[in-house]
Every structure is written in structure tokens, then in C-alpha cells.
Design a protein around this ligand. Structure first.
Ligand SMILES: [Fe+2]
Ligand SMILES: [Fe+2]
Length: 166
């Protein structure tokens, strides 16, 4: 099985985007279904952000100084998503602002995924090459095993704080 870091991250993106579409297709009053989808979205984003913050971003920043600005912008985009995710995790699907907040989260994350996939992952692939990307991916698979699944877990909070002040 390939452990190419970019392939692994794109697979995550696909699953995240699929859940976004399912949320958008759910009926206005389908509270139970939307609650479940948002729970799943929160879990997927919490794990994905963790492995990018812990492994991908710092290593890419170190190895490819020319994408530093892309990495820094991405940390900030993660941070905005983290805030929305933390708020959503405390809300009920019936709350007046639940759907609106989810929609804003979806808009933000879609934009972020597009920037990763279209703008700077190609530079990372060209700059690092196959071997390094496979090692990076293997490290991400290890990190995934200890990744937080909810934003309230200390390791998730720590990463979002590091993203602001580190
Ligand atoms: Fe990201
Ligand atoms: Fe990503």
C-alpha cells in the first residue's frame, strides 16, 4: 500500500468533502441526520488537522522554505476551522445557528482544501519527491493512531494553541 503523504491527505479530503455534500443534501428539518453528519465531520477534521499540524506542515516547512508562506496561511486557516469546530461540538442540530455555522465551516474548509490540492501540494510533490513523501506518509499513519477525535481532547487543543502562538 502506498504511504505517499499527498495521496493519504487527498483520500481524507475526499471523505470530508463527501460528508459536506451529504450535509448539504439533508433536509432542513433532518436534525438527527445532520447532527450525525456534523459529528462525523468534526471527527474527520480533528484527525486530519492533527496529522497535518503534527507531521506534514512542520516537515514541509523545514524541507521546502519556498512554501513557507503557504504553510503559514494554512495554519491560520486550520485555526479558523478549529474555532468553528469547537463551537459546533457544543451545539445541538436544532440550534438556530447550527446549520449556518456548519455552512461557514464547509465554505472555509472547501477553500482550504482547494488551496492545498491546487496550489501548494503540487509544489511539495515536485520539491520533495516520492521517497520523502512516502516516509512522511508513514509518519502520518503513526500520528493518526494517537490523534484526537474530538476537539475537546487536550492534544487537539494544544495543537490549535500552538498554531497561534508557536
Ligand atoms: Fe490543511
Ligand atoms: Fe488537508
Amino acid at each position: 500500500m502506498s504511504t505517499d503523504a499527498i495521496v493519504l491527505l487527498k483520500n481524507d479530503h475526499k471523505e470530508i468533502l463527501k460528508n459536506f455534500r451529504d450535509f448539504e443534501k439533508a433536509g432542513e428539518k433532518a436534525y438527527a441526520a445532520k447532527g450525525k453528519l456534523v459529528d462525523r465531520i468534526i471527527e474527520l477534521l480533528t484527525v486530519h488537522t492533527y496529522i497535518e499540524n503534527e507531521v506534514m506542515y512542520p516537515r514541509v516547512r523545514e524541507l521546502l522554505p519556498e512554501v513557507e508562506d503557504d504553510v503559514l496561511e494554512s495554519y491560520e486557516e486550520h485555526h479558523v476551522a478549529d474555532l468553528l469546530v469547537m463551537e459546533l461540538a457544543l451545539m445541538k442540530p436544532e440550534d438556530e445557528r447550527f446549520a449556518a455555522k456548519t455552512t461557514v465551516l464547509i465554505e472555509n474548509v472547501r477553500h482550504h482544501i482547494e488551496e492545498e490540492e491546487d496550489e501548494w501540494f503540487p509544489k511539495v510533490r515536485a520539491g520533495l519527491g516520492r521517497r520523502v513523501l512516502q516516509d512522511l506518509g508513514a509518519d502520518m499513519l503513526k500520528a493518526r493512531k494517537k490523534a484526537p477525535r474530538r476537539p475537546s481532547q487536550p492534544s487537539a487543543l494544544k495543537k490549535s494553541i500552538d498554531a497561534v502562538i508557536a
